[in-house]
Design a protein around this ligand. Structure first.
Ligand code: ADP
Ligand code: MG
Length: 685
């Protein structure tokens, strides 16, 4: 058995489980091993009831003191169980788990694990997990992996499959030399995979993570450094002239550019007119007005008779850019002949788009990464702008170069990246910063609250809606088979309908919906046919509905600060006072303190720096969701040192054996070319 063996050949993985794994994009043993845990569970020693801290996840070992008492409320069975030990008592509540009446015996000792709540002086737990003490003690002292799942697939099943894969997969030899591993203090790959799935302790996990993150950085940097477009100043094939179009457009815009926008527009203009190919990163906080800059650059391109492309990470955002441009064309008579190209379009629509692009009839192509796929042939592509793309992939650029073109590149991002890191990650690029918000903006008013504030929040939402404003409510992602306690978009929408005035138009949006439906809902919201939009973070990036003034984020503690800041950036985009309500279901001190940072500041750069301070190095994968640079394991900020080491290693290797032709590099060559073809540079949300 090796990495390419299909998972169905593992014992215990039948056709049914295989189908479930496929939903997680796992077909082979190698892919299964690369399905790293999203976090780990630690079964801590049980505590006495009196030491169980309200608001925290605890395990108590205690005796059931009475016969479980069941009540029926409509379809719901509510089972109450009393517990006590020598320090106090506690009540447990289970929903729709009638069978526990027979399992939990009066006088029996069990371990219950759940979040401790209080009602008056009483301690409670709802829906705790229960164990016999023997079972529980078997689990304590380990880090137990928790995987992303899909409905029907249990964590246990994934664990078993991974265990078997680790035991029976014959790994080819290590791709790095021994001296290399020693020099960079890296675990051998097999040991790293073992320890990332089943770490003995935190130190073992950190060591595993280090190796996996190094691999990721190493292959990324190797591919980038080998590609001249990233490391050398290239002559421009499309040296442009300034035309009256951009000047006229600026005169017609209902607002003047901010000083920062003017400065950056000058830089872009110079790049496009210079004898060298543009390679520029534009950083600017949410709402600083980056879109106009992209449109100006694209307008100059079109006016010079070339094609430009605007690439967005989601279809929703691409569709919105397309709408904006179409409107501008109508209003201001711009020379754009735009075309939209996204994955969810019908085959016939796509064919038509391809034809318009190939003939040059379309001079502005707006879309997702669909617009750089093989089928798309450009007539005269001179500029590619990527919006909210934190990493314009090596492969993307190779693809463009492979088509015989070397367009100007402009990457726009709201994520603050320090200069030293940006140079490593983007190669030889220039950086522009839009460090000023339009003057008409009122600072967003924030509050961080607990769930008891919900009724007031709903009243506030109703009041804003009655003034003609619109509202976002964010719930964590819909992921089946886990996180039952989290507010789920669909259920939440129902609940909200019953709490808000009936005339309000409420709709929901989540990542599992068909792209066409997502686009339709987003268009309706933009057109104010919807008042309240309940959504997962699909709307996180880039969406612009200036009439929206309230952003309410449920389970705010689940999000990274940078991500919350992005979410908040969806409001405060017009001249109305805007509000952001962060609802935390956890009242832990650290959680509240972390969220208070958002309360104090609306400045994305400040928040990112605070976020960094709070996050220790090597946090678990999947915990942080800031969306910056889609490395799976490595974190460009906290692993900046490792990134530097990977860069050093790559540079040495390129000096010694640039083509990886030496026999000792054969395996490495294979691994790097595999990772080049597998790497997903674009994450669609
Ligand atoms: P971001 O930088 O987050 O991508 P956008 O480009 O979407 O921000 O701009 C946010 C909003 O601000 C848009 O409605 C845009 O029309 C508006 N805007 C951009 N520049 C200015 C300006 N100089 N003055 C006033 N409003 C502006
Ligand atoms: Mg934007």
């Amino acid at each position: 058995m090796d990495r390419n063996t299909p998972v169905v050949q593992l014992k215990g993985v039948g056709e049914k489980t295989q189908k479930l794994f496929e939903k997680l994009e796992i077909w082979t043993v190698g892919e299964l091993l690369a399905h790293y845990p999203k976090d780990y569970e630690v079964f801590e020693e049980p505590v006495k009831i009196s030491r169980a801290i309200p608001g925290e996840l605890c395990a108590v070992c205690a005796a059931v003191t009475g016969i479980p008492n069941e009540k029926k409320v409509r379809n719901l069975s509510i089972l109450n169980v009393d517990l006590s030990d020598d320090t106090g008592s506690m009540q447990l509540t289970f929903y729709n788990m009638s069978f526990l009446k027979k399992v939990l015996k009066k006088g029996g000792f069990y371990v219950f694990r759940g979040v401790v709540q209080t009602r008056g002086a009483r301690r409670l737990m709802e829906q705790p997990r229960y164990f016999t003490p023997e079972d529980y003690y078997k689990k304590t002292g380990y880090l137990i992996p928790r995987y992303s799942l899909t409905k029907g697939l249990t964590n246990q099943a994934v664990q078993k499959a991974v265990r078997q894969a680790l035991d029976s997969c014959s790994f080819e030899n290590e791709c790095y030399e021994e001296s290399f591993l020693a020099r960079y203090e890296l675990l051998p790959e097999k040991a790293a995979l073992e320890a990332v799935h089943f770490p003995a302790d935190d130190a073992a996990f950190q060591a595993a993570r280090r190796r996996l993150a190094f691999d990721e950085f190493f292959s990324f940097l190797f591919l980038m450094k080998r590609n001249k477009a990233f490391s050398e100043k290239l002559p421009s094939h499309y040296q442009m002239m300034e035309t009256a179009d951009t000047v006229r457009f600026l005169e017609q815009l209902p607002f003047p550019l901010t000083g920062a926008q003017k400065k950056v527009w000058n830089e872009i203009r110079e790049d496009l007119g210079s004898p060298y190919c543009m390679n520029r990163l534009i950083q600017g906080d949410v709402g600083s007005g980056k879109t106009i800059l992209a449109l100006l650059a694209l307008l100059m391109t079109a006016a010079n008779g070339y094609q430009g492309a605007l690439m967005a990470p989601t279809e929703v955002l691409a569709a919105q850019h397309y709408e904006t441009v179409s409107e501008y064309v109508k209003k201001y008579g711009l020379v754009f002949r735009p075309v939209l190209l996204v994955g969810s379009m019908k085959a016939a629509e796509k064919r038509e788009a391809y034809a318009r692009i190939a003939s040059g009839e379309a001079n502005l192509v707006i879309g997702t990464h669909a617009l750089i796929q093989d089928k798309v042939e450009y007539h005269s592509l001179a500029l590619v702008v990527t919006d909210e793309q934190h990493r314009f992939g090596v492969r993307q650029r190779e693809k463009l170069a492979g088509k015989g073109i070397q367009p100007h590149i402009c990457v726009m991002s709201a994520t603050p990246i320090p200069r030293t890191l940006a140079i490593i990650l983007y190669g030889d690029l220039h950086i522009s910063v839009v460090d000023e918000l339009p003057a008409d903006r009122l600072p967003i008013k924030n509050c961080v609250v607990n769930t008891s504030y919900r009724p007031s929040a709903y009243r506030f939402i109703a009041a804003e809606a009655s003034k003609g404003r619109q509202i976002y409510v964010i719930c964590p992602q819909v992921e089946e088979g886990e996180l039952e306690e989290l507010e789920n978009v669909v259920d939440y929408t129902e609940k909200l309908r019953s709490s808000l005035p009936p005339e309000l138009r409420i709709a929901y949006l989540h990542g599992k919906m068909r792209a066409a439906d997502k686009n339709r809902i987003m268009e309706e919201f933009a057109a104010h046919a919807i008042d309240v939009l309940v959504s997962t973070t699909v709307i996180e990036v880039g969406i612009n509905v200036p009439n929206a003034t309230v952003m309410m984020v449920e389970n705010a503690e689940r999000f990274g600060l940078a991500q919350l800041h992005q979410l908040r950036g969806r409001v405060g985009r017009g001249n109305h006072q805007s509000y952001c309500i962060f609802v935390s279901t956890q009242e832990k001190k650290e959680t509240m303190e972390r969220l208070q940072i958002l309360n104090k500041s609306n400045d994305g750069f400040f928040i990112a720096s605070q976020d960094l301070k709070l996050r220790g190095p090597g946090e678990l994968m999947g915990v942080r969701q800031s969306g910056a640079f889609s490395f799976r394991t490595g974190d460009i900020y906290t692993d900046a040192g490792l990134l530097g080491q990977a860069l050093e290693a790559v540079e040495e290797l390129l000096k010694e054996d640039p083509g990886l032709e030496k026999p000792k590099h054969a395996l490495l060559r294979k691994r790097l070319s595999d990772s080049a073809s597998n790497s997903v540079d674009f994450r669609t949300i």
